[in-house]
Design a protein around this ligand. Structure first.
Ligand code: PHE
Ligand code: NA
Length: 515
C-alpha cells in the first residue's frame, strides 16, 4: 500500500499511452522480418489466429489484473498478482513482470538510440553521395565502438547515454505529465510519418528513381497466401512469439499501466482500442515500408537473403541508401520520417518498460518518482553496456531471445492459469466486464479458460523441444533429434559459446567445437 495516487489524465491519453506501449520497434522491424522468414503469405493466417485466441484474451486478462491490483494500491506485477492469488509463491513469480522489462530495456534502448542518431544523420545529409557499401560500412563503424570515423568520438555511446537521459527525464515527470504527453505527440506523428512512407512503398514503379520492380512484387510476396506451410508448427510458434512481443503481453507493462486506471473505468473497450491500433500499425503500416521498398530496389531473392542475416541490416544499411535515390531533399525527409517514426515507436515502449520498476519502488519503499526514475536509468545503463560494447558477439540477440521471447511465453502461461483457474474464471469474467463500454462476446469466457492456456502450453512445449526442422511427424515416429532453435539446445549452445569465449587453450577450444 502506498501514497502513490498517480493516474491517467484522460481516456485518449490512456489509450495512446497503451498503444504507444504496444507499438514499437517490433512493428516495423521484427514483424516484416518474421513474415519474410516464415514464408511471407504463409505467416499471416497463424498470426491473425494467434491474435484472436491468445493476444486479445491476454490483453483483457492483463488489463483487468492491473485495474484490480490498482484498487488495492498496487502498481507492480508482484503485488498485483499477490492480491489475486493468496499463496506467497505468486508474489515471487510476479517478479518476472519487473525483471523482464528491465532486461528488454537493456537492449531495446540501445536500438532506440541508433534511431535517434540516424535522424540527425539524415538531417545532416551524411548518407548523400555514399554508395550502398558506404552506407553499410557507416553502420558497421557506428556499432564497433572503438574506431570512430564519424567525427564524434564514441558516437554510439554518446547517443545511448542521451537516449537513456531522455527516458529518465520523461519518466521523472510522471504518468500524465510525462508518459502521456509524449504518447499524445509521438503517436499521431508516427502515424503521419508511417502513412507517408507506406504511400511511397505502395507507389514504387520499376524504372523510376532507380527502382527495378513495381511495389506489387513485394506486396504480393507478403500477401499471397501459401497454404503449404499452414500446418508447420515452426510457423505457428513464430507467429505466437510475434503476437506476444508486439502486444507487450507477458511483460508486466500492461499490468502497470492498467493499475492507474480508475476502478469504475472501462477496460474492455480500451484494451481493444489499443490492441487494434497496434495491429493497424503492424499489419498495414509495418508491412508496407521496409519490405516493399527494399524489394522494389533489390528484388525478392536479395531481400530474403538480407533478411536471413537479421532485420536490422535492411533498416539501417539498406533503406538509408535507397532514400538517397529519391533526391537530396525527399531523401532527407524520408530518412527523418523513417528513423523518427522508429524513435517515437521505441521511446513510447521503453517508457512503458520503466514504469513497473518505478511503481514498485514508490509502493513498497515510498520512493519519490524522480529518484525512482533515475535508478531505472542507471540499472539499464549497467545492464545495457554489454549490448553496446559486445554488439558484434551476438549479445544483443541473446538478450532478445531470453528476455524478449522465452520469458514472455512462460509468464503469459502462468498468469493465464492464475487468472482463469486460481482467481477463478467467474470472478475474472466479472472483472473484465465491470465498467465495460462494449459487450465482450461470451465465447471469450471459454477461450480464456481453455483455449488460451492450452495453446500457450503447446507453444511453450513446442519451443522447448522443437524437433529438427520442426518435423513433428518424423519425431513422433521415433526419429527424435532436437532442432537448434529449441530452447533446450539454446541453453546448451549459449553456455558452450561462453566457454568458447573464455577458453584460451587450443586443445580445449578444439574439443568444445566438436561438441
Ligand atoms: N511491443 C513493443 C514492440 O512491438 C515491445 C515491448 C515489449 C514494449 C515489452 C513494452 C514491453 O516493439
Ligand atoms: Na508492437
Amino acid at each position: 500500500m502506498s501514497a502513490n495516487k498517480e493516474s491517467w489524465g484522460s481516456r485518449v491519453g490512456l489509450i495512446l499511452a497503451m498503444a504507444g506501449n504496444a507499438v514499437g520497434l517490433g512493428n516495423f522491424l521484427r514483424f516484416p522480418v518474421q513474415a519474410v522468414q516464415n514464408g511471407g503469405g504463409a505467416f499471416i493466417i497463424p498470426y491473425l489466429v494467434c491474435f484472436l485466441v491468445m493476444g486479445i484474451p491476454l490483453l483483457w486478462i492483463e488489463w483487468s489484473m492491473g485495474r484490480f491490483g490498482g484498487r488495492f494500491g498496487n502498481h507492480s506485477t508482484p503485488y498485483i498478482v499477490d492480491t489475486m492469488g493468496k499463496h506467497r509463491l505468486w508474489k515471487y513469480i510476479g517478479v518476472f513482470g519487473i525483471w523482464t522489462n528491465i532486461a528488454v530495456a537493456a537492449y531495446y534502448c540501445y536500438l532506440e538510440s541508433w534511431t535517434l542518431s540516424y535522424v540527425f544523420h539524415s538531417i545532416l545529409g551524411t548518407f548523400n553521395g555514399l554508395d550502398q557499401e558506404g552506407v553499410a560500412s557507416f553502420f558497421d563503424t557506428y556499432v564497433s565502438i572503438g574506431d570512430s570515423t564519424l567525427g564524434i568520438p564514441y558516437e554510439a555511446v554518446v547517443f545511448y547515454l542521451l537516449c537513456l537521459l531522455l527516458n529518465t527525464w520523461i519518466l521523472s515527470k510522471g504518468l500524465s505529465g510525462g508518459v502521456e504527453r509524449v504518447a499524445k505527440i509521438g503517436m499521431p506523428l508516427l502515424i503521419v510519418f508511417g502513412m507517408f512512407l507506406a504511400y511511397k512503398g505502395f507507389t514504387i514503379k520499376a524504372g523510376e528513381a532507380g527502382a527495378s520492380f513495381d511495389s506489387a512484387v513485394g506486396l504480393n510476396f507478403l500477401w499471397t497466401p501459401d497454404y503449404t506451410q499452414l500446418w508447420s508448427p515452426t510457423v505457428w510458434l513464430a507467429a505466437a512469439g510475434q503476437i506476444f512481443f508486439t502486444l507487450s503481453v507477458g511483460m508486466g507493462t500492461i499490468h502497470c499501466y492498467a493499475s492507474y486506471v480508475r476502478s469504475k473505468d472501462d477496460i474492455a473497450l480500451n484494451a481493444m482500442s489499443a490492441g487494434w491500433m497496434n495491429e493497424f500499425v503492424e499489419v498495414v503500416l509495418g508491412a508496407s515500408i521496409l519490405i516493399p521498398i527494399s524489394i522494389g530496389y533489390l528484388g525478392i531473392d536479395r531481400v530474403t537473403e538480407l533478411v536471413q542475416q537479421g532485420g536490422l541490416g535492411l533498416a539501417f544499411k539498406t533503406l538509408p541508401f535507397l532514400f538517397t535515390q529519391w533526391g537530396e531533399v525527399l531523401g532527407a525527409i524520408a530518412g527523418v520520417m523513417w528513423f523518427g517514426l522508429l524513435f517515437f515507436a521505441g521511446i513510447t515502449s521503453s517508457l512503458a518498460m520503466g514504469t513497473p520498476w518505478i511503481g514498485f519502488l514508490q509502493d513498497e519503499f515510498n520512493w519519490r518518482r524522480k529518484p525512482a526514475a533515475w535508478s531505472f536509468g542507471l540499472i539499464v545503463l549497467i545492464l545495457g553496456m554489454p549490448t553496446v560494447l559486445f554488439f558484434h558477439y551476438g549479445v544483443f540477440d541473446e538478450y532478445d531471445y531470453w528476455a524478449g521471447t522465452v520469458s514472455l511465453v512462460v509468464f503469459a502461461l502462468v498468469e493465464t492459469i492464475l487468472f482463469a483457474w486460481v482467481f477463478g474464471m467467474d470472478r475474472g469474467w466479472r472483472e473484465i466486464n465491470s465498467g465495460a463500454d462494449i459487450k465482450v462476446p461470451d465465447i471469450y469466457k471459454y477461450i480464456i479458460k481453455f483455449v488460451t492456456p492450452v495453446l500457450l502450453l503447446w507453444v511453450f512445449i513446442g519451443s522447448l523441444v522443437t524437433p529438427k526442422g520442426g518435423d513433428w511427424g518424423k519425431a513422433l515416429s521415433g526419429d527424435w533429434v532436437l532442432d537448434d532453435s529449441s530452447i533446450i539446445n539454446k541453453i546448451k549452445n549459449s553456455s558452450l559459446k561462453r566457454q568458447l569465449a573464455e577458453a584460451t587453450d587450443p586443445a580445449v577450444i578444439e574439443q568444445l567445437q566438436e561438441t
